[in-house]
Design a protein around this ligand. Structure first.
Ligand code: ZN
Length: 449
């Protein structure tokens, strides 16, 4: 249903910082023109297939909400001066605010105002997607400067039947097994949280499209948080058993060390790939266990799906002061950190793409490698790594050990073990064991017919 069109345009190098700068001013939410504008800009770099799903459509346990769009919003004082102005920053409006045009006192206005008293210069980011309300966000200093009087409050928004929008970029691989990379695109002017994940995903997708086809088909999903992944899951059930690994991305441009959040099981291939890639990267990092809060990994890891989707971040979502505030601006992310994140992500997924389990086709005794030109005797006791890798791959390719297991047990690098497996496969000494499909919802559907 979502086959990609033929790739068009330049897809090799993306200036991630320039992309973030262009996307930053757009007022995104979980639906609306901001999401479409964002996908359209991503579409300048990549062949994006955009899906629109009508408001009111049931998706899993949810319903696609009405579409929200906003043109203007402000609070003006008695002289008509805008004391809070959506045009100065789209963070000033609570996302999904219903339209309002009224006059009121400061005390009447106060319940609708949100500030961060601990950071009096910063504007918080707030949403109200699923109950009808309205509000403004402003700095504590702005609030303290307001003098009581009659204020004009205007929110020129619409909340009406429309659709939810998401975009997919597919990098065709040599098999129909998939690796999923998911980034949310529902936050307005916030850089680290949402735009860094988008920019890193776009950079990687462009690099993959410019190179030789990977083993897996890579699917990049750019969707609003929660409702977007829920909608995608509802519409892609037949695809889910083929997903071997996945990551959600956010907060990848800040100065914090890397954080990898494991999948529900904590022992999926992606968990081990991330651990290996981060260990060899030389960058500081932490590995943390799954917990059911955060971004779309919550949907992918839910009991009915249990997809092997981890989460790659630097600063952990919700755990640093700038998170969901106006301080998460263009100055909070840097080209250097984004470039590091692209490199780490690329390595994690490169390993995930090539991780597999092989079966020794000549398992009774050792195969005669010399006859096949594979064994070059080395003098003394110094056995070259290449020979050692061959012996390890043959020894552990019993169907129970993956290439990462073999690398781990042998102390040899994954790249060396993987290249050896490829060579042995070309010589018909091993073949890949077909990965078993994810048993999506098997246990659940028995309980919940
Ligand atoms: Zn967020």
């Amino acid at each position: 249903m979502n086959d990609p069109p033929a790739a068009t345009g330049a897809t090799s190098v993306v200036d991630a910082t320039a992309l973030i700068e262009r996307l930053y001013p757009i007022c995104r939410s979980i639906t609306g023109e901001g999401v479409r504008a964002t996908l359209s800009i991503i579409g300048e770099h990549l062949p994006v297939v955009v899906s629109e799903v009508a408001s009111g459509t049931p998706v899993l346990d949810w319903v696609v909400p009405p579409e929200w769009n906003i043109r203007d919003a402000y609070i003006a004082d008695a002289s008509g001066r805008r004391v809070v102005d959506f045009n100065a920053s789209n963070l000033h409006i609570v996302s999904y605010s219903v339209p309002v045009h009224a006059r009121m006192t400061l005390d009447q206005l106060r319940p609708h105002l949100h500030t961060l008293p601990d950071h009096p210069d910063w504007v918080p980011y707030r949403t109200s997607y699923y109950d009808e309300s309205w509000g403004f966000c402003l700095s504590q200093n702005q609030l303290d400067a307001l003098v009581d009087g009659i204020f004009e409050v205007r929110i020129d928004s619409t909340l009406a039947p429309g659709s939810l929008t998401y975009g997919e970029v597919v990098v065709p691989g040599r098999s129909d097994r998939e690796i999923l990379v998911s980034a949310h695109i529902c936050h307005p002017s916030l850089c680290d949280d949402n735009l860094s994940g988008v920019a890193v995903a776009v950079s990687l997708a462009a690099a993959l499209l410019a190179g030789a086809p990977p083993r897996h088909t890579f699917r990049f999903l750019f969707a609003p948080g929660t409702i977007g992944s829920i909608t995608w899951l509802e519409r892609n059930r037949e695809r889910l058993p083929r997903i071997d690994a996945g990551l959600t991305l956010t907060c990848l441009g800040d100065d914090h060390r890397f954080t990898y959040k494991r999948t529900h099981s904590g022992d999926d291939a992606i968990d081990r790939c991330a651990a290996v890639a981060l260990a060899e990267s030389g960058y500081p990092y932490q590995l943390i266990d799954y917990f059911p809060y955060g971004y779309d990994e919550r949907q992918y890891n839910s009991p009915g799906f249990r997809l092997p989707v981890g989460s790659l971040m630097r600063g952990r979502h919700g755990a640093f002061d700038e998170y969901h505030t106006s301080a998460d601006d263009l100055g909070f992310v840097s080209a250097e950190r984004i470039a590091e994140s692209v490199a780490v992500l690329q390595r994690v997924l490169d390993i995930a793409d090539r991780e597999r389990t092989m079966l020794n086709l000549v398992p009774f005794g050792e195969p005669q490698l010399g006859r096949r030109g594979l064994y070059r005797a080395v003098g003394g006791t110094d056995i070259a790594d290449a020979q050692m890798a061959m012996l390890w791959v043959l020894h552990l390719s019993d169907g129970d050990h993956s290439l990462l297991d073999i690398a781990d047990r042998s102390g040899l690098s994954f790249d060396s073990i993987e290249a050896t497996a490829e060579l042995l496969e070309q010589n018909a000494l091993v073949r890949q064991v077909e990965p078993s499909p994810n048993t999506i919802g098997a246990a659940i559907e028995e309980e919940h017919p």
